[in-house]
Design a protein around this ligand. Structure first.
Ligand SMILES: [Zn+2]
Length: 265
């Protein structure tokens, strides 16, 4: 009996040790991608062709750049959550592609690679005030008491400078389509107005599935705010894969190009 218990204990310790090793490896991988995203963002800050749309709580720059000069406006936002670094790198790789190819695109694209630069630098979901920007938008669904610490909605709707910057960008450009990049669900979440043919193509190219329900409430989210607007905006929440992995950037760019070149008339 003693021998049996000893074997069980050893197996248990081996499982715990493996789990600890796997999670520390995952943590290191995630940390490396965050560092890469910060470094890429710093390079953009030195590039004068990028506009400063505003500043975060910690006075980090929120950058923006337009590509193309015809058609409707498409807004692509990365880094709403600071612990989703591939949402930032994907937006920057798309921008790099468009530097050379903007003459051929059918709609104008506005790229905000990182709405939450404080969160990215801190390696956490929330902003410099520990508020979840995607619960801080002044939508009809905003809830003061929605207070899981990582989903802190803030003391008031749009209390955060980053949220205000996003609203100003939406007001200025009145986009027909907003794509927000997130992680880690490896799925596309289109709203009801999103054209099926477009979503299916984007899913085919990216390899990400299509889903219509994220499975939990998102009061005060950018998506719910967008849906409240008088002008019609189509929205896609583009969830890249796990946070400790980088996606196939070529597939991500090609799938986003489908949305950029879509005929919205
Ligand atoms: Zn997110």
């Amino acid at each position: 009996m003693k021998k049996f218990l000893l074997i069980i204990l050893c197996c248990f310790l081996i499982i715990i040790e493996n789990y600890k090793n796997a999670s520390s490896l995952s943590y290191k991988r995630h940390d490396l991608i965050i560092k890469k995203a910060i470094s890429m963002l710093k390079n953009l800050e030195k590039d004068k062709s990028w506009t400063i749309a505003g500043y975060s709580n910690w006075k980090n720059k929120i950058l923006l750049k337009e590509y193309g000069n015809r058609g409707k406006n498409i807004l692509i936002i990365g880094g709403i959550h600071g612990d989703e670094p591939a949402s930032v790198t994907s937006a920057i790789y798309l921008a790099k592609y468009l530097e050379k190819n903007s003459a051929s695109i059918k709609n104008r694209v506005i790229i905000v690679p990182c709405l939450n630069p404080d969160g990215l630098r801190a390696g956490r979901r929330t902003n410099g005030h520990k508020i979840d920007l995607n619960r801080n938008f002044p939508s009809s669904t905003w809830e003061f008491d929605y207070t899981k610490h990582y989903n802190n909605p803030g003391p008031l709707p749009a209390s955060e400078p980053e949220t205000v910057v996003a609203i100003e960008i939406m007001d200025k450009y009145q986009p027909v389509m907003i794509i927000q990049l997130h992680q880690p669900f490896a799925a596309l979440y289109p709203d009801s107005k999103a054209p099926n043919d477009l979503i299916e193509k984007m899913s085919d190219i990216s390899g990400f599935s299509i889903s219509f329900d994220i499975g939990y409430k998102t009061p005060g989210s950018l998506g719910s705010f967008k849906s409240d607007q008088e002008y019609s905006i189509i929205g896609i929440t583009y969830e890249l894969g796990r946070i400790d992995r980088e996606p196939d950037y070529n597939k991500v760019i090609l799938s986003l190009l489908e949305a950029i070149n879509y005929d919205y008339n």
